[in-house]
Design a protein around this ligand. Structure first.
Ligand code: PLP
Length: 463
């Protein structure tokens, strides 16, 4: 591809993205396709000779796009809605163009330093202490796995040489994300040694239940090593009480990791700062700019108060004098704190987002989402056929049709099959519950009302 060919197709691609972002709300949120549709539509082997870019872009538009679920859609309210903001997309495009690999400081000094700077800025916005060292991973799942690995290193440093495991036990709320179990699995905590701690009526981990489980494990010669508390659980966006959990972690010498992947961002707002109360006592914390901070997937920030332990957990070389201890933050090789050697230039898109929005700009969108959640929750609660299923703390509304689980499942299927909106479901208090997760940058109160009207209309056929 010559520079001129690149320029021509590049302009076409940018035009396409600009139109797409403008018009995405007119597309079906999710496609009406059968499994295998794209596989059948594409040749079974790659072309022998190169094809023109026009043909590739045409197939992208005609074959690929119609089979996509549009996470950028303003009525995508499933899972935790995410969005790629304009500034974030521009940063991502430039990172792809530069294609630097920041495995060591010297392989791209500015890329490493921008990661330190942007995570420092985000740390300040979240009100986390200065000694928290941040590193970017692709996802919260990877960040949490690294935290659990560091917890293992702190509890049983000999394992990195011997590979011989004591019976390590890990604790997370029954509502913790599956990435916690996966991370524990990956670092060698058998599934039988993961304790799912019961929660209270508002889906928050019970510190008393946590301590009883730890005591029972200690009494039966197990070795508790890690607690994961969640700020914004996936099912209900509940917030585990970090401070009392941190006190228990300190009492038993356990690593405390906080999974704030979704809701951590809300701490940018003064009125929500309290959700991270006690987080300064944690050993690590993960928050996802690709969830509710308008950076395109993938980018997740992992902070730790004990980077030297994180490094020991994954580095193969002997620890050099601790590079960050003097606060100099000058020549850090980030791959020494991570299992991956190669590192994409992910901080660039975050830098674009943080600068382009500013704290106030971000706060405005977060407040708009949370206000919409509160307003629609009131309307749902006032409807005779529906009920709210969990406190609405952020931008997630859990609700159910007052019928059977089957009625709720059918209603969800009908809403999603309409292509008008996408919701997801979970189980709370043993009942199927619908989730309306407001988080797309384009989601307004009008869009949320439109989805709610659709739900009500379709519910008339549900019972
Ligand atoms: C609370 C929580 N933690 C972790 C994750 C996993 O995030 P990721 O996809 O970045 O691994 C999710 C995903 O929704 C989540 O809700």
């Amino acid at each position: 591809m010559t520079p001129e060919e690149f320029r021509k197709s590049g302009h076409e691609v940018v035009d396409w993205i600009a139109d797409y972002l403008r018009d995405v709300g007119t597309l079906p949120v999710s496609p009406n396709v059968k499994p295998g549709a794209l596989i059948d539509a594409l040749p079974s082997s790659a072309p022998e000779t190169g094809e023109p870019m026009d043909a590739i872009l045409k197939d992208f538009r005609d074959l690929i796009v119609p089979g996509l679920t549009h996470w950028n859609h303003p009525r995508f309210l499933a899972y935790f809605a995410i969005s790629a903001s304009g500034p974030g997309i521009l940063g991502e495009m430039l990172a792809a163009g530069l294609n630097v690999n920041q495995l060591l400081w010297k392989t791209s000094p500015a890329a490493t330093e921008l990661e330190l700077v942007t995570l420092g800025w985000l740390r300040q916005w979240l009100g986390l202490p200065e000694e928290f060292f941040g590193i970017i991973h692709d996802t919260a799942s990877t960040g949490t796995m690294h935290a659990i690995l560091a917890a293992r290193e702190a509890a049983a440093p000999g394992i990195r040489h011997s590979g011989e495991f004591p019976a390590l036990t890990l604790y997370a709320s029954e509502h913790a994300h599956s990435s916690v179990d996966k991370g524990a699995l990956a670092v060698g905590t058998g599934l039988a040694h993961i304790r799912h701690v019961p929660s209270d009526a508002e889906f928050r981990m019970s510190p008393a239940a946590l301590e009883s489980l730890i005591q029972a494990d200690v009494a039966s010669a197990k070795k508790p090593f890690c607690i994961v508390a969640t700020v914004g659980t996936t099912s209900a966006a509940s917030v585990d009480p970090i401070r009392p959990i941190a006190e228990i972690a300190a009492r038993y010498g356990l690593w405390l990791h906080v999974d704030a992947a979704y809701a951590g961002t809300a701490a940018i707002l003064e009125e929500h700062r309290h959700i991270l109360d006690g987080a300064h006592l944690a050993d690590s914390l993960v928050v996802n700019p690709h969830k509710w901070l308008f950076a395109p997937v993938d980018i997740s920030a992992l902070y730790t108060r004990r980077p030297e332990v994180m490094r020991r957990a994954v580095a193969l070389t002997d620890a050099p004098p601790y590079l960050l201890a003097d606060g100099a933050h000058r020549e850090v090789n980030l791959s020494e704190y991570s299992l991956a050697l190669g590192r994409r230039f992910r901080s660039l898109k975050l830098w674009f987002v943080l600068r382009s929005f500013g704290r106030q700009g971000i706060a405005e969108v977060l407040r708009r989402h949370m206000d919409a959640a509160q307003t629609i929750a009131q309307e749902i609660a006032a409807h005779p056929d529906f009920e709210i299923a969990a406190p609405v703390l952020f931008s997630l509304v859990c609700f159910r049709y007052k019928g059977s689980d089957e009625d709720n499942r059918r209603l969800l299927e009908q809403v999603n099959a309409s292509g008008e909106a996408l919701l997801s479901s979970t189980v709370l208090n043993k009942q199927v519950v619908l989730r309306m997760a407001i988080g797309n940058i384009g989601t307004t109160m009008d869009e949320v009302r439109r989805v709610w009207a659709l739900v009500v209309r379709l519910s008339r056929h549900a019972g």
